[in-house]
Write a protein that binds this ligand. Structure first.
Ligand SMILES: NC(=O)C1=CN([C@@H]2O[C@H](COP(=O)(O)OP(=O)(O)OC[C@H]3O[C@@H](n4cnc5c(N)ncnc54)[C@H](O)[C@@H]3O)[C@@H](O)[C@H]2O)C=CC1
Ligand SMILES: CC(=O)C(=O)O
Ligand SMILES: [Mg+2]
Length: 369
């Protein structure tokens, strides 16, 4: 198959869809790879590395999109990229469509096959292609939150770990999945007073065992979350209903009852965010303050540590890319129900329940396509 890897163009996004090692494995299996020049320049993957791995370099994005049957990307196509999409393209990337109606419309109109990393499942109902970036973002969320708590960043001047004789900061983590668990590891590692919320009692049991009782676990209800939010220094939003818009767990009015200079880090922003007051920000301008509360809502957090993130992403995606390239999309999704969950849009039909619900659009099944 002819596979294209354009350079990412989202603000401060330095990840690449495949490492040179991934390109090498695919080209050894007879696939033809087109990589845009400078795609990995910022993270030490030079054009020469990609060439040595067997790729053909393209000077422009349009050339990559024109040459390829399958496009491997990290982030969802930006507005300037969607005109390149053709009906015979397979697009394999993070898409987060439930938070993005214009992109949903563009993908439907293009007639392409759009497969989202973040809705592919495994046999344990987990999300194996979201997990590596959730590990990164979960770990970063505490780092970002700790920085925002500094007074120069409009924070309330709290050191999360405290010092002997002074209490540590209070951290509340909403959602105990991959992001939440990794955030808890970092917050506890710093010595913060840490509480995690989930609406799955089984997940709370697992977390209690995993952290040997060092992590406070609480069942998520509107009241328990309100109580925690108004007393916390740092609140991390990490809930997910796969494919769907994030539930708004913290209402705009809650901000008026929070301590001035406390911080909200909304990792779930790529699915629309779980704080009513959130809107997506960029690494160039990551925060804004509302009612005295600092909001950090960067939708591509792992892009800031793009070297680590690109390696972790390729580790997870490569077996899936190889399957698609060797077998084509139709036979892949027919043979593998978990892979089929990734198919959000095919030939003008919407196939993801959460996206259909978010925009009140008709939902189709693969068989009726
Ligand atoms: N901003 C960024 O750069 C990045 C954002 N993300 C996003 O972070 C979010 C979380 O991802 P993961 O941790 O991988 O998902 P996950 O599926 O592993 O965990 C989500 C957790 O939320 C819980 N949950 C659902 N509804 C809840 C509620 N009402 N109250 C409390 N808990 C609830 C679930 O039971 C589950 O344990 C996703 O939206 C993901 O796309 C992930 C990576 C990077
Ligand atoms: C998961 C995601 O959206 C990201 O890594 O940017
Ligand atoms: Mg994102």
């Amino acid at each position: 198959m002819r596979i294209g890897i354009p350079k990412e163009i989202k603000v401060h996004e330095y990840r690449v869809g495949l490492t040179p090692a991934g390109v090498k494995l695919l080209s050894q299996q007879g696939h033809v790879l087109f990589v845009e020049t400078n795609a990995g320049a910022k993270i030490g993957f030079s054009d020469q590395h990609y060439q040595q791995a067997g790729a053909t370099l393209c000077d422009s994005a349009v050339e990559v999109w024109n040459q390829a049957e399958m496009i491997i990307k990290v982030k969802e196509p930006q507005a300037s990229e969607t005109p390149y999409l053709r009906a015979d393209h397979i697009l394999f990337a993070y898409l987060h469509l439930a938070a993005n109606k214009p992109l949903t419309d563009a993908l439907l109109t293009s007639g392409c096959i759009a497969i989202a990393y973040e809705t592919i499942t495994d046999h344990h109902h987990r999300l194996p292609l979201l997990a590596p970036m959730s590990e990164v973002a979960g770990r970063m969320s505490v780092q970002a939150g700790a920085h925002c708590l500094e007074i120069a960043q409009q924070g309330r001047g709290i050191l999360l770990g405290g010092v002997p004789g002074v209490a540590p900061g209070k951290v509340a983590i909403l959602g105990g999945g991959v992001v939440g668990t990794n955030a808890a590891m970092m917050a506890l590692g710093l010595g913060a007073d840490t509480t995690i919320f989930d609406n799955s009692p089984d997940r709370l049991r697992e977390l209690d065992t995993l952290f040997h009782g060092r992590l406070r676990t609480l069942y998520s209800t509107p009241d328990s979350i309100y109580e925690a939010v108004i007393h916390s220094d740092l609140v991390i939003g990490a809930v997910l209903i796969p494919g769907a818009a994030a539930p708004k767990l913290v209402k705009r009015d809650h901000l008026n009852h929070m301590q001035k200079g406390s911080v909200l880090v909304d990792v779930a922003i790529d699915q629309g965010g779980c704080f009513e007051s959130s809107h997506a920000t960029t690494h160039a301008d990551p925060t804004f303050t509302q009612a005295g509360v600092v909001h950090y809502c960067v939708a591509n957090m792992p892009g800031a540590v793009a070297h680590t993130s690109t390696m972790a992403l390729t580790n997870a995606t490569l077996p899936y890319i190889i399957k698609l390239a060797n077998n084509g999309w139709e036979s892949t999704v027919k043979q593998d129900d978990n892979f089929a969950k990734g198919l959000n849009i095919a030939q003008g039909k919407l196939l993801c329940e959460g996206v259909a619900a978010a925009f009140d659009l008709p939902l189709h099944t693969i068989t009726e396509r």
